[in-house]
Design a binder for this molecule. Structure first.
Ligand code: ATP
Ligand code: MG
Length: 218
């Protein structure tokens, strides 16, 4: 969940090393730093609610119609920096016009956390695949990677908050162990579910299942 903070750090360091630079590039970098700080503030707000362990508090009573394909494309765009850095291939297959009802920002942050996990637990040069589709009258978001995987006996625990699997800790990949806990709370508050399939050293598939908005064709 430190993605926005990492972005701030990278952009700031990258800018310092590339000085002097054209003013429009500098402006764009500063805007990105500002956007990422906003994101971090909003996330901290949400997290304060999450730690109250009350799913109802995570999402407001906002019930907007959200095109999750479009949302996915935006989140993927923001991750480009991290994908490039790790020389990953990112495949994104989005079926047209899949809509759900809910609160956009928590859902966007949930997706961002699953994609950021797929990226950070992948080896350099790996593949991350994102699918957005409908199945059995539900919206299905799938994020797959071929990274380090989660040991069977720890797959429940990683959803419980502040828990990181032993192989993740050993690999020195940074994290707080809060992302999946947050995602689960948000998804459940939207009457959906989060399912993790994972095999150690083979990879992980995280699936979010959400009810479709009434006017989406299943
Ligand atoms: P953060 O709070 O920054 O997200 P984190 O990534 O460690 O930190 P979670 O996203 O909650 O926390 O994930 C919990 C743990 O589950 C991770 O520490 C890791 O052990 C395991 N995990 C989650 N996603 C993956 C994945 N795609 N591949 C391998 N392990 C994963
Ligand atoms: Mg995470």
């Amino acid at each position: 969940m430190k993605t926005p903070l990492t972005a701030i750090k990278w952009i700031a360091e990258g800018t310092r090393e590339s000085l002097p630079m054209p003013e429009d590039q500098l402006k764009e970098n500063l805007e990105n730093i500002s956007k990422s700080s906003q994101e971090m503030f909003a996330f901290i707000d949400d997290l304060t609610s999450a730690s109250k362990a009350d799913a109802g508090k995570i999402i407001s009573d906002k019930k907007e119609k959200i095109n999750i394909g479009e949302l996915t494309k935006k989140v993927v765009e923001n991750m480009r920096l991290f994908v490039k850095e790790k020389k990953l291939t990112l495949e994104c297959n989005v079926a047209a016009d899949i809509n759900v009802i809910g609160d956009m920002n928590p859902l966007r942050r949930s997706l961002a956390n699953l994609i950021s996990n797929a990226i950070k637990y992948s080896s350099e040069g790996g593949l991350v695949r994102i699918n957005v589709q409908t199945k059995g009258g539900k919206a299905i978001w799938e994020i797959s990677d071929y990274g380090i995987g989660i040991p069977k006996e720890e797959q429940e625990k990683v959803l419980s908050g502040y828990y990181r699997a032993k192989n993740a800790k050993r690999s020195a990949i940074p994290g707080t162990g809060l992302g999946l806990y947050y995602v689960k709370k948000v998804v459940e508050a939207h009457d959906g579910s989060l399912i993790i399939f994972s095999e150690i050293d083979k990879g992980t598939k995280a699936t979010i299942v959400l009810p479709l908005s009434g006017d989406t064709e299943a």
